[in-house]
Design a protein around this ligand. Sequence first.
Ligand code: T46
Length: 134
Amino acid sequence: MSLISLLTFNELGDERGGLISLEQNKNIPFEIKRVYYIFGTQQDVARGFHAHKELQQVAICLKGSCCFLMDDGRNKAEVILDKSNMGILIDVMQWHEMYDFSDDCLLLVLASDYYDEADYIRNYNDFLGCIKNV
Ligand code: T46
């Protein structure tokens, strides 16, 4: 599995403006059970710093930009999200960190399940321990 998996969404806009449609099990590779969005972030504040055991997510920067670091416990890779027609797949057991948020950043996240704190691995050493056991 590639560390950075980017999804490109078809643009259905016309002279009246842009339009992008997101559909579960079509251009989003799972059933969408939850949607949340992150906004009003500060440039020098980083978020994330966890992996999920079961949850799959797609993050789309609808406005502005931010940087994602993805880490599978062996390799790390960075990507800048700055296009509303592009999403990053945050797959299971991918440690991820988000930073360098622009002032106007609006980050939409589609998730495959309801919020469950028990699905988070928030300690990096615990994450590395889980990877070793796979
Ligand atoms: C992720 C990245 C991309 C809820 O109660 N319900 C929710 O649906 C979410 C997403 C969060 N929360 C609570 C949990 C914390 O007490 O809101 C608080 C802030 O969440 P957190 O510190 O986990 O936020 P981020 O930005 O570090 O991570 C979030 C998601 O939680 C996470 O699943 O993958 O965005």
